[in-house]
Design a protein around this ligand. Structure first.
Ligand code: TA6
Length: 298
């Protein structure tokens, strides 16, 4: 649908479609207490701002905004695999979902909250990478918090396995002065050291490159940012893994859409089902993973 058709069908004073960066279709949602920007490209939540608050989601000033390229920041939707594809190193990292245009399935306003539903169906391009029929829906609910819900329906005649993540980039004052709590009791795979580690019993701090996949945890995380007197709560459901990442300068330099000067301004806390937390879905079944982001003073 064109912008005009989308605005005619779904547009209200709180919901507007326009040409965003790179002329990619953009949906802007506004409530009395918040606003959000979602690109149809990759069903990518690119901005979330409670009224009077600093932006909650980080966006790289060097991000690409182009068909077939991932956006660096916001909430990349990683599906149907997390990280490199085990059996095909040439396949796109983190799956194809974040590279494809999604369509608008529905927009529902309940009170002051708005829910935008975007849909991705399997096609010849996806089946070339992953030979299954599926329907994916990302529901984005904006209100006094931001909730993302990724639903996957198996439309194939056989079961399939997948991994996934809501690869969320959170804006922080300086990653070297923040901490993340909630994962003290979880084992994790340290992707920097390449080994599995037992629970640390303490908060996560970011003195260097940090890339950890915590496994078998349903727990809520909190990002503590004392310099901004802010905490960001990251609650989840249907997710057994949480990935925590900051490249520090070592790896940021190697990412042209990030660069070696902005890595202190974000931390990724990703609700996921990754590594050994692979999801197996029977024909006709639906799997739902959600992440709810709430900003608090403190
Ligand atoms: O979630 C952490 C991670 O898997 C890192 O290993 C790093 O690759 C990051 O994702 C970003 O991946 P991308 O493909 O978006 O550059």
């Amino acid at each position: 649908m064109t912008m005009e058709e989308l605005n005619r069908k779904f547009g209200t004073s709180a919901v507007r479609f326009s040409a965003g960066k790179g002329a990619l279709p953009l949906c802007t949602l506004e409530t009395p207490v918040s606003r959000a920007e979602i690109y149809l490209h990759g069903a990518h939540v690119a901005a979330y701002e409670p009224t009077g608050e600093r932006p909650v989601l980080y966006m790289s000033p060097r991000s690409n905004f182009a068909p077939g390229k991932p956006i660096r920041g916001g909430v990349p939707v990683c599906f149907p695999w997390f990280g490199p594809k085990a059996d095909d190193p040439a396949a796109p990292a983190h799956g194809f979902a974040r590279l494809k245009p999604w369509s608008v399935q529905d927009i529902v306003c309940r009170g002051d909250a708005i829910t935008l539903s975007l849909q991705l169906d399997s096609d010849a391009e996806t089946q070339a990478h992953w030979p299954f029929d599926f329907e994916a829906v990302l529901q984005v609910t904006l209100g006094d918090a931001l909730k993302l819900q990724l639903e996957v329906l198996n439309r194939s005649g056989s079961p399939f396995e997948f991994t996934e993540a809501l690869h969320t980039y959170f804006t922080v004052s300086d990653v070297r002065s923040v901490s993340v709590t909630g994962l003290e009791a979880a084992r994790f795979v340290d992707k920097v050291g390449g080994v599995e580690q037992g629970p640390t019993g303490r908060e996560i701090r970011f003195e260097g490159e940090t890339n950890r996949a915590y496994l078998n945890t349903d727990d809520t995380c909190v990002i503590h940012d004392p310099s901004w007197l802010r905490k960001i709560e990251v609650a989840k459901s249907g997710s057994r893994s949480t990935v925590v990442w900051n490249p520090h300068v070592e790896k940021a330099t190697a990412l042209p859409d990030l660069g070696d000067d902005t890595w202190p301004n974000f931390v990724c806390v990703e609700s996921a089902n990754a590594l050994t937390n692979t999801v197996t879905l029977a024909p006709g079944d639906v799997h739902i993973m959600s992440q709810t982001i709430r900003v608090m003073k403190g």
